[in-house]
Design a protein. Structure first.
Length: 401
């Protein structure tokens, strides 16, 4: 029995144990049981609070609506500060930070962890989590400062440092030193698992060292880490047909008029979308504007683009993944990149100009026809023309799922 339990918790230790085990098979029932224990103990049981939060976290894996409940439950727990036993506080901090990062609240994740880190100053895993969170919070310099004080022989630390150096290069692509540092760090990893292979190959590609990247990917294919030099998802669902371009796939019927396409251009030129996102620029200017995320259509964007959004919805598009308007200026291109999963196909709808798509040895000219590709294959977009190139990118599930 853990020594940090309160007297009342000690009396129901076996019940607490069985409820924690229940989280894995029936988190909803476990949460209800922990709620009752918390009520019975006057809301003063940190174990019950931890159980409620952990059950909500497990529920969030299958119901995204539970994510907010899990975050609130963990935050309520960690806000008790030093009163919470270390054995409960540490995993709670780790969970709430990861949940906050996943939900896009990276700044809050960093501030939460920094607030309570003095108590865990020597904890390498939490320091590593803080460094990774700083990188995602657009502060790679701080991430490097934190990770540089950790065990430099650790592969996890090396990956963290490499990601931070790569992010530093993203902020200033003209300075190759940071990218070179990332490559040097990753090359020093002796037993390269998939995460290291993908990150090292990506850094080499961005540094213009394509042949070296090909050597890394080819070696990974030979050892079974990758199935293909070109298809490189971070998370791969096995058994799915792998085609870079789905030429025979019957696509949703979508008819955008010339008026729709002109209206889209006007919205872009007038700056009505707001700030453009994007970080894969190789040359010139590239970016995108989200209009839907996982079936949720963005109000502001769809209000100014009513006809286009309505037709996409009517065609059954925008239900999974992201739907966005991609903009490539003249004489612009993206770096080669791959999607993290092979479970979705990208449906690309050209609306203006000509976009050249290079994917897994194929070259497509995107002018008017809708195209479906598997974005987990290496691809890059190029605009060699004198006019801006615009496409709408949306997603559909892999046909075999």
């Amino acid at each position: 029995m853990p020594s940090y339990l309160s007297e009342s918790e000690q009396g129901i230790w076996s019940e607490l144990q069985s409820n924690f085990e229940l989280i894995q098979t029936d988190p909803k029932a476990a949460k209800e049981k922990f709620d009752k224990i918390s009520t019975d103990l006057g809301g003063k049981s940190y174990m019950a609070m931890y159980g409620i939060a952990s059950a909500s976290e497990q529920l969030s894996l299958t119901d995204s609506r539970e994510e907010r409940n899990a975050i609130q439950a963990f935050r309520s727990l960690v806000n008790h500060g030093d009163k919470v036993p270390r054995e409960i506080m540490r995993p709670s901090l780790s969970s709430v930070v990861r949940l906050l990062v996943t939900s896009g609240r990276v700044r809050m994740a960093v501030s939460t962890l920094e607030k309570y880190m003095p108590r865990f100053a020597e904890d390498e895993e939490l320091n590593l989590l803080l460094a990774d969170s700083c990188t995602q919070n657009d502060d790679p310099a701080k991430a490097i400062s934190i990770a540089s004080k950790l065990n430099q022989d650790s592969t996890k630390v090396k990956v963290c440092l490499a990601n931070a150096h790569k992010a530093l290069w993203d902020q200033n692509p003209e300075e190759l030193d940071s990218l070179t540092s990332a490559i040097f760090i990753l090359t020093s990893v002796k037993d390269k698992e998939l995460e290291v292979v993908l990150l090292l190959g990506d850094c080499l590609l961005r540094a213009g060292r394509d042949e070296e990247a090909l050597v890394i990917f080819s070696a990974a294919v030979e050892t079974g880490l990758l199935d293909s030099v070109y298809q490189r998802p971070t998370t791969r669902t096995p058994g799915l047909t792998a085609l870079p371009v789905w030429k025979e796939l019957e696509l949703p019927k979508l008819e955008l008029t010339e008026e729709d396409k002109v209206a889209l251009l006007e919205v872009i030129y007038k700056g009505l979308f707001g700030e453009m996102e994007g970080g894969l620029i190789k040359d010139g200017v590239w970016g995108y504007y989200k209009i839907a995320v996982e079936g949720v259509w963005l109000d502001k964007e769809c209000e100014i683009l009513q006809s286009v959004c309505s037709k996409l919805k009517d065609a059954g598009l925008g239900v999974v993944g992201e739907t966005y308007v991609s903009l490539l200026y003249p004489s612009s291109s993206t770096h080669a990149h791959t999607a993290p999963s092979n479970t979705l196909l990208s449906v690309i709808i050209p609306t203006a100009g000509v976009t050249t798509l290079r994917i897994a040895g194929n070259t497509l000219e995107l002018k008017s026809d809708i195209v479906a590709i598997d974005p987990s294959f290496q691809k890059e977009y190029i605009n060699s023309e004198q006019d801006v190139a615009v496409v709408i990118v949306t997603h559909i599930p892999h046909p075999e799922l």
